[in-house]
Write a protein that binds this ligand. Structure first.
Ligand code: ADP
Ligand code: ZN
Ligand code: ZN
Length: 657
């Protein structure tokens, strides 16, 4: 028995007579006395004996009506070990939404259905599959139908298909087969508000048996969907990463759409990766795991057998991509970009422009003393948001009014450097919007005020216009009338000091190109000061196999994933010396008892100050994951318990993104 709070647990309780004999089983949720409080607990095991003496054992107060399926309790145990967390924290992932709050009992959670589900909608005839699609589906059918002994070879497939090649139709047909076998289906998508189309297609095809989980649902709606799944009324769950914990019994298929998307990694504790959790869940349920993308991760290409869909469904070619060298250019737009946008306006067409940086200017500086406005809590520059009238830190959220004068020298001359989406949208509106060619903006700032889906529908409904935004504009949108795509400052993502920088840049350009020419001709312009970068050259040729081969060679040479596992340990404190002392102590601890021969520790190295805390990072590279995760956990616990490291915070991230 363990509680839903971040306690070490499990703890022993004595079952009273009325809860014995199968009433309570693994996964049951119980209200138990804990100290002076009542807390919610989940049964993780039943036993005849306890190390606690009979008189000291307390009894639970009552059992809740619905518990968690046993296999999700086992999955939580796996997550705790895999991501260096505790079983209590891992269990919070698999509990029904709002379980802890319902316990407080003040208000009873009316159960309401989600209004987003079109109930009993018409079901359009599914299209006839293309030859390529038929072949892929055939190759999946065996795995969907045959049942193998648990622990047998896992059923896994990577569906590597270019944008618009009909991957979603494969997911739908595979789901149909699984449902026909009486088995359930989970479909993971990166972000429902940005890609409502896929939810619509599942609901259209399967009606009420689809439950949808997403961030905009109210807690009562979320709980209602969870109950429908738990009761078996709904057998398909579509949702973001947390939907991998949907309480579906006898799972036959897990789909991970856009498997390259970074949102599958959870940034809170436990820092789980929904793609790896899906691997584990599919394996233990004997379900087929189907990962789909036009830009799969090198890890997936390396580990999984692939099925290919190399052509768009309608046989249309992918758009021509032209790389524009911006070295020596002084304007923000290359002359060819300006001309192409003017042409689209002339033809009353549509264009999408990607600039992966929000705000008006990247930073402000004083023209007389050179001071840069930076965050008081983090070592980063503040970004100007002109319409809002403030400068903001994009790391901690700190805001202050736009400065009128320099705090050092009192000069009123403030320089604005660089351009983000706010400024670009403003400037392009000045040039292009002469009535009838509107400029739409999509980034995290406008999405706070309006629903992303509403903004996207406005662009879709417009007769012509241009959509400007951050990486949000490159998600799986399907607008048939977009003929021009533009990527500005394409190498911005390459400048991050991260071994995934190339992969991200390649994916961003390729995904944007995927939004273009879906209903006819199209072209893409990529502005960059790094025209020879591998990721940009391969993206311009639509050569994802070439890119993946190169990238895997590089990863192997440098011993990066998938050829090793990384564990990142961050120590933070109010003073740099304290953070560094703690990080060094962890390093010493790891070196004193190395978990395996193929393990190396890098660092400590300083990270920039964040939220007022100085940070030091260690990176552990290893070939042996489990023992190393355990050794890191122990080393961190020992250092955290030592008095000389009081006040230092620790975070451990296995498979950091
Ligand atoms: P992807 O997920 O690979 O981007 P989709 O499954 O969204 O591709 O397919 C792209 C478009 O082609 C969609 O509008 C879809 O309805 C349509 N489509 C998919 N398969 C077929 C088919 N076999 N015949 C006709 N249209 C199809
Ligand atoms: Zn100054
Ligand atoms: Zn800050």
């Amino acid at each position: 028995m363990t509680t839903a709070r971040a306690l070490r647990g499990p703890f022993d309780y004595r079952l009273p007579e009325e809860l014995r004999g199968g009433v309570v089983e693994v996964g049951s949720m119980l209200v138990v006395p804990f100290g002076r409080r009542e807390v919610l607990g989940v049964v993780v095991g039943l036993t005849d004996s306890s190390e606690v003496s009979e008189e000291k054992l307390l009894a639970p107060l009552r059992a809740l009506e619905l518990g968690v399926p046993v296999d999700l309790v086992i999955l939580a145990e796996w997550i705790a070990a895999e991501y260096c967390s505790t079983i209590a924290r891992a269990l919070t992932l698999v509990l029904p939404p709002g379980a802890a709050r319902r316990l407080s009992g003040r208000k009873r959670r009316a159960v309401t259905r989600s209004p987003h589900l079109p109930v009993g909608t018409r079901r359009p005839e599914p299209p006839t599959l293309t030859a390529d699609q038929r072949e892929v589906l055939q190759s999946l059918t065996g795995a969907l139908i045959e049942r193998r002994p648990i622990g047998d070879r896992p059923k896994q497939r990577l569906l590597h298909g270019v944008t618009g090649s009909g991957k979603t139709e494969i997911y739908l047909r595979a789901a149909e087969i699984a449902l026909g076998q009486g088995r359930g289906v989970i479909v993971l998508v990166p972000e429902i508000t940005l890609t409502p189309q896929i939810v619509g297609r599942f609901s259209e095809r399967f009606g009420d048996t689809v439950a949808v989980l997403h961030s905009r649902l109210r807690p009562s709606e979320r709980y209602a969907e969870w109950r429908r799944l738990r009761a078996g009324e709904a057998r398909v769950c579509v949702g973001p990463r947390s939907a991998v914990f949907a309480p579906i019994e006898d799972l036959g298929l897990i789909v991970v759409d856009e498997e390259h998307d970074a949102s599958y990694k959870h940034e809170g504790d436990p820092r789980y990766d929904a793609r790896d959790v899906a691997v584990q869940r599919a394996r233990s349920a004997d379900a087929l795991l189907l990962l789909g993308s036009a830009t799969p991760r090198p890890e997936s290409t390396h580990r999984l057998p692939s099925s290919l869909l190399p052509h768009r469904v309608d046989g249309r070619p992918l758009p021509d991509v032209q790389v524009l060298d911006m070295r020596g250019e002084t304007q923000g737009l290359h002359p060819l970009t300006a001309q192409a946008l003017a042409e689209v306006r002339g033809e009353r067409g549509k264009a999408i422009v990607l600039l992966n940086r929000r705000g008006w200017s990247n930073f402000l500086s004083c023209r007389s003393c050179g001071r840069v406005w930076s965050c008081p809590h983090c070592d980063v520059a503040l970004v100007l948001h002109r319409a809002g009238g403030y400068v903001a830190c994009h790391h901690c959220g700190h805001r202050e009014p736009v400065p009128a004068r320099c705090g050092e020298c009192s000069s009123t001359s403030v320089a604005r450097h660089g351009a983000g989406t706010e400024r670009l949208a403003h400037e392009l509106a000045g040039v292009l919007d002469d009535g009838g060619f509107p400029v739409f903006r999509l980034d995290a700032d406008v999405v706070v005020a309006a629903d992303a889906a509403v903004l996207l529908r406005r662009f879709e409904a417009a007769e012509s216009g241009v959509l400007i935004g951050t990486q949000m504009v490159a998600k799986g949108h399907d607008f048939p009338d977009v003929t021009l795509g533009v990527v500005l400052d394409a190498d911005a993502t390459l400048r991050f000091p991260d071994f995934r920088a190339e992969e991200r840049t390649f994916a961003l350009i390729t995904q944007l190109a995927g939004r273009v020419g879906r209903g006819g001709e199209g072209r893409v312009l990529v502005q960059t000061i790094a025209p020879e970068a591998r990721s940009i050259m391969h993206a311009a040729r639509h050569d994802s196999n070439g890119f993946l081969t190169d990238e895997l060679e590089r990863r192997q040479a440098l011993c990066y994933p998938p050829f090793s596992h990384l564990i990142r340990i961050v120590c933070s404190a109010s003073e740099a010396a304290r953070a560094q002392a703690a990080a060094s102590a962890i390093r010493v601890g790891l070196e004193a008892s190395p978990p395996g021969s193929n393990t190396s520790v890098l660092g400590p190295a300083a990270l920039f100050r964040l939220r007022g805390r100085e940070r030091q990072v260690l990176v552990v590279k290893t070939a042996e994951r489990r023992p190393t995760v355990r050794a890191v956990g122990e080393a961190v616990r020992r250092v955290a318990a030592a008095r000389e490291h009081a006040g230092v915070n620790f975070s451990v991230d296995v498979d950091p993104q």
